[in-house]
Design a protein around this ligand. Structure first.
Ligand SMILES: Nc1ncnc2c1ncn2[C@@H]1O[C@H](COP(=O)(O)OP(=O)(O)O)[C@@H](O)[C@H]1O
Ligand SMILES: [Mg+2]
Length: 359
């Protein structure tokens, strides 16, 4: 029973597209409140190709409801699930930074290698977010049994301040939240999935730790050893590729780091890390046991230097007068304006259709 109710309407003005992915489009937007209050947020919507499929909508709604309770520095925070003219959108914390795919591309373009300590640091933050999510319970204290199932380069971002954020719980499974047909359908990105996931088996939280191991190996080597020419080939590799001696592939990998990688990538579940906490402990021990190790600040410095001028500065807040002028010269649309203006006959916004970069 509520004490009392406050009725308010959020207004989001979409400023630009950040990312167009296989299933969703992510925009940067301004959330407007009273008296010129503005908060910059990210807004995610489902692509038109999927927007008519009930299961995708249900998963999208499930993702929002599940992720909204995940409040942790290493997880992108979800603020709101909205619906306008039949289109659902999710408002999230805006991360000014890049996903690991973009980060790796920039490293390759600059012919730079990611320092080993930073690679371990990044994955330690992912393990920290996972340990938190895995331990999440419902309001009665019953574990949700949450498994992310899509821990991969594209679902991890590094902010230019050096924070590492796990995101996209779109195919996570958790009791009572998301439509789950595990065992019939393979969900997740083929070249990061655990062997049990690749083999259509029921997964538990250890599946995410295998994927975190793949991410670590990929960050260190600059390539994903499991990646095949096709998704199917990758899926096979996840199940059969002999896990290499990483010391032979990268001279920076010592015995201890090789052991950590092998334990994360163990196909035998009894040999794999049993929990995110244990993976986190080993990764942190590895980088900090001998003294000062990497921090958000050192990672932030590295990434800002790597991207140089391409690394956007937080926009300076214009004065209220300047704002209204610049507002008039920009075309800002609210989500519902946009949907209304671009709706096709069936009420389906065409801007959802105008997308090209399926991955
Ligand atoms: N909150 C956010 N802030 C900034 N960029 C984001 C945010 N959410 C997603 N992105 C960008 O969009 C990409 C896809 O987002 P994601 O949530 O993984 O969508 P999809 O379901 O399409 O995979 C990410 O890799 C990242 O580059
Ligand atoms: Mg994603």
């Amino acid at each position: 029973m509520a004490l009392f109710t406050i009725q308010d309407e959020f207004r989001y003005e979409i400023t630009h597209k950040i990312y167009e992915g296989g299933m969703g489009i992510v925009y940067e937007a301004e959330q407007h409140g009273a008296r010129e209050f503005v908060k910059r947020v990210a807004i995610k919507v489902i692509r038109q190709d999927y927007a008519n499929q009930k299961q995708f909508i249900e998963n999208f709604i499930g993702e929002a409801k599940l992720a909204v309770d995940l409040i942790h520095t290493n997880i992108v925070q979800t603020y709101h699930l909205g619906e306008t003219n039949g289109v659902y959108f999710m408002a999230m914390e805006l991360i000014r930074g890049v996903n690991l795919e973009q980060f790796a591309q920039q490293l390759a373009d600059r012919r730079r290698k990611l320092p080993k300590e930073l690679a371990v640091f990044i994955v330690s933050r992912v393990a920290r977010g996972l340990a938190y999510a895995h331990a999440k319970t419902d309001q009665h204290g019953k574990p949700l049994g949450l498994v992310h199932r899509d821990v991969s380069f594209k679902n991890i971002m590094i902010a230019f301040e050096g924070d590492v954020k796990l995101m996209d719980f779109g195919i996570a499974k958790a009791r009572g939240f998301l439509v789950d047909n595990e065992g019939e359908m393979v969900a997740g990105k083929a070249d990061y999935m655990s062997p049990e996931q690749a083999n259509f088996q029921i997964t538990d939280q250890r599946s995410d730790l295998f994927s975190a191991g793949v991410v670590l190996a990929h960050l260190l080597l600059g390539r994903n050893i499991f990646k095949g020419a096709t998704a199917e080939e990758s899926r096979q590799q996840m199940m059969t590729l002999p896990i290499p001696d990483f010391r032979a592939l990268d001279p920076r990998v010592d015995d201890r780091l090789n052991e950590i990688l092998h334990r994360a990538l163990a196909r035998d579940l009894d040999l794999r890390y049993p929990s995110g906490e244990e993976l986190l402990y080993d990764l942190e021990h590895y980088i900090y046991h001998s003294g000062y190790g990497p921090t958000n600040e050192t990672l932030g410095k590295f990434i800002r230097e790597l991207f140089g001028p391409a690394c956007p500065q937080p926009p300076a807040r214009p004065s209220p007068a300047a704002r209204s002028i610049s507002k008039a010269s920009r075309t800002l649309l609210t989500v519902s304006d946009w949907v209304r203006a671009h709706s096709g006959k069936a009420g389906i916004p065409r801007w959802l259709i105008a997308s090209s970069t399926l991955d």
